[in-house]
Write a protein of this length. Structure first.
Length: 259
């Protein structure tokens, strides 16, 4: 029962993480204009991964997409790639996880196959979570670097060079979503261990090679090894033991005794 609960909870948490990653990627508030030095302004700017927007004091908002990727920084394009890879892996992991749930029986699927599918989906969720966290962190590092460069230019008397941008709400959504996907993937990997059936143990049979001094007993017959110190004379029907002489030796009849 605990394995099923862990698997279902991992699926739900990972679903929230993948959904959050999609939401964060689509949001336009990855960076927002810093209004610390100018709290009253007629124009408020914010940017996302796919377009930049301007909101006026009248409430009118205008967004313009990035028509080309050639003019964008390489790190910006890397963030895009990381978020897209994380979303694709998360969606594939969800499809695999649905068929791997223990509470869902599809045909004659064995528990071993479900365990392998659960482990696969868990690894996908972990990679998706790491991609989301890495992408958001790289973008945040870019914002921090540009912010301090803009602050330095402002102190040097170059106030109108460029606007300063700070963290937007999409960054926090991406961090939380990546963490949820990572936790869900770990829970799926833990649930995989409980789905693996116990292996049946077989008693091993040892075979010893027969040596020269090993005697074998087959049925009522006894076979000697041939290395006994005083082998006994076989007795059978039609045979009589030879008489012994005074010194204890057996005397055998010669061929002249039968003439």
């Amino acid at each position: 029962m605990s394995t099923t609960i862990c698997q279902v909870m991992g699926f739900l948490v990972s679903s929230l993480g993948v959904g959050g990653s999609i939401m964060a990627t689509a949001m336009d508030t990855w960076s927002t204009q810093d209004l610390y030095d100018n709290p009253v302004t007629a124009v408020f700017q914010y940017q996302g991964l796919w377009r930049s927007c301007v909101r006026q004091s009248s409430g009118f908002t205008e967004c313009r997409p990035y028509f080309t990727i050639l003019g964008l920084p390489a790190m910006f394009q890397a963030v895009r790639a990381l978020m897209i890879v994380g979303i694709v892996l998360g969606i594939l992991g969800l499809f695999v996880c649905i068929f791997a749930l223990k509470c869902i029986r599809i045909g004659s699927m064995e528990d071993t196959a479900k365990a392998n599918m659960t482990l696969t989906s868990g690894i996908m969720f972990i990679i998706a979570g790491l991609c989301a966290i890495t992408g958001v962190s790289v973008f945040a590092n870019m914002l921090v670097t540009n912010f301090w460069m803009s602050t330095t230019n402002m102190f040097q008397g170059m106030q109108n060079v460029q606007n300063r941008y700070t963290f937007g709400s999409a960054l926090f959504v991406g961090w939380v979503a990546g963490g949820l996907a990572l936790v869900g993937g770990i829970m799926m990997c833990l649930a995989c261990k409980g789905l693996v059936p116990e292996e049946s143990r077989y008693k091993a049979v040892s075979y010893n090679a027969s040596g020269r001094n090993i005697s074998y007993r087959t049925g009522p017959y006894k076979v000697g090894s041939g290395y006994e110190a005083d082998p006994k004379t076989r007795k059978g029907a039609g045979y009589e033991e030879a008489p012994r002489s005074e010194d204890g030796r057996r005397s055998y009849p010669s061929k002249y005794d039968y003439v």
